[in-house]
Design a protein around this ligand. Structure first.
Ligand code: TYD
Length: 148
């Protein structure tokens, strides 16, 4: 069995889970992956953003949670490690399948690191960008998660 198989790596943290997109394999002509709001992700998608040009060894992204925003994060090229923390449980997930995303629910601290060469992240979000929805202090996050 492939030790990196997603089914081996169950998600234990709260407010998360896998999202598996339809993937159409066109052989030598590549793959086509489809994300439809409500059908594939459990919310209306108001914003999409992507992250590229990472310096694999040193880059770290995330290090925050959100009060209300829900997101699904994908690794559409290469691989990286996604660290999740719901305030009680932490885990790291190897992200390497272009059609398998992970839900970043509200009040879920997340960090991304160990990016491979050419890694590209794509994120679907439930709302427009709003800095006031961010929790950027880990202590504040723990307090919010406890009060949740
Ligand atoms: P941030 O969400 O902290 O990035 P990451 O979680 O990937 O490390 O955002 C980095 C910067 O980009 C921050 O200054 C806010 C800005 N930003 C926008 O202006 N609009 C957006 O939609 C996002 C996601 C970020």
């Amino acid at each position: 069995m492939d030790p990196h198989d997603i089914h081996v790596q169950d998600i234990h943290v709260a407010r998360s889970g896998y999202v598996e997109l339809t993937k159409i394999n066109d052989g030598h002509d590549g793959n086509l992956c489809v994300l439809e709001q409500h059908r594939d992700v459990p919310f209306e998608v108001k914003r999409i953003y992507y992250i590229n040009n990472l310096e694999n060894c040193v880059s770290i992204r995330g290090k925050h949670a959100h009060h209300e925003l829900e997101q699904v994060i994908f690794c559409i090229n290469g691989s990286f490690v996604l660290k999740l923390d719901d305030g009680e449980t932490q885990q790291e997930i190897l992200m390497y399948r272009d059609h398998v995303g992970v839900v970043l629910g509200r009040l879920l601290w997340h960090e991304m690191h160990s990016f491979s060469t050419g890694c590209v992240l794509l994120i679907a979000a439930s709302d427009y960008y709003d800095e006031s929805d961010y929790i950027r202090s880990y202590d504040d996050f723990l307090q919010c998660a406890r009060d949740h």
